[in-house]
Design a protein around this ligand. Structure first.
Ligand code: SF4
Ligand code: SF4
Length: 220
């Protein structure tokens, strides 16, 4: 059995300390996030203004990428009857381990021909089960501060009750994403880095652990 050298043990310890520090930060952000006022947030949303023009630009394009978490994936599986890898793909960014397996983080909604695969005939075919990122687009919270992505509908007239609902969804999404990040870090098992290999395996780390894809099959 190989014993790790002092250097590797020090790196392990440093990695663990980094991770514990990040988890502590996220827990702090979660507690702060719980104090966010939906009323104030709704007022900021009304200042921006938003009315979706249904142009579909947030559902297609080369740069289009929707991060989805296991709970959201299951909602789409239930709504569509599709299999896991019909709904999501691993992202392309990642690292190789010493056995040549590719490791990456979180899932992305599957694309077909440059669009989200659920964008069909100019509309979302999983509207009621769409991910939180979609139901809050173009808004998001960064450290609790309202931000927005590119969208033709910004500046449009938003009804008061729609702004209230958007604010509630945004806070829910913000807290949910922090919880997902904490769960991922708590369960994440680091690995020894290596060169790109031909193992044909991809390992996706998410809040539920590791999911192994071999070829086109999800094996665990
Ligand atoms: S949210 Fe914005 S980008 Fe998306 S369909 Fe509506 S107007 Fe277009
Ligand atoms: S799930 Fe629906 S709203 Fe979200 S990107 Fe796909 S088609 Fe657009």
């Amino acid at each position: 059995m190989n014993e790790k050298g002092d250097g590797a043990k020090r790196e392990d310890r440093a990695g663990r300390n980094d991770r514990e520090g990040r988890i502590a930060e996220l827990k702090g952000a979660f507690l702060e996030g719980k104090k966010l006022s939906p009323t104030k947030l709704a007022a900021r949303i009304r200042e921006y203004g938003f009315h979706c023009l249904q142009c579909g630009e947030c559902c297609r394009g080369e740069d289009h990428s929707v991060v989805v978490f296991p709970l959201e994936i299951r909602r789409i599986l239930t709504a569509t009857g599709l299999g896991w890898l019909d709904v999501v793909s691993p992202p392309e960014e990642g690292e190789w381990d010493k056995d040549g397996s590719f490791h990456t983080l979180e899932w992305r909604l599957k694309k077909e021909g440059g669009s989200c695969r659920f964008y069909q005939n100019g509309r979302c075919s999983v509207y009621l089960a769409r991910p939180m990122l979609c139901s809050t687009y173009p808004f998001y919270l960064d450290n609790g501060v309202l931000m927005c992505s590119e969208c033709r509908g910004l500046g449009g007239k938003i009804e008061s009750d729609e702004a209230d609902k958007m604010a509630e969804r945004l806070i829910l999404r913000y807290l949910f994403e922090i919880q997902e990040a904490i769960a991922l870090l708590e369960i994440y098992r680091d690995f020894e880095r290596g060169e790109a290999g031909k193992s044909g395996e991809c390992i996706v780390h998410d809040s539920e652990g590791e999911h192994r894809i071999v070829g086109e099959e999800l094996v665990e």
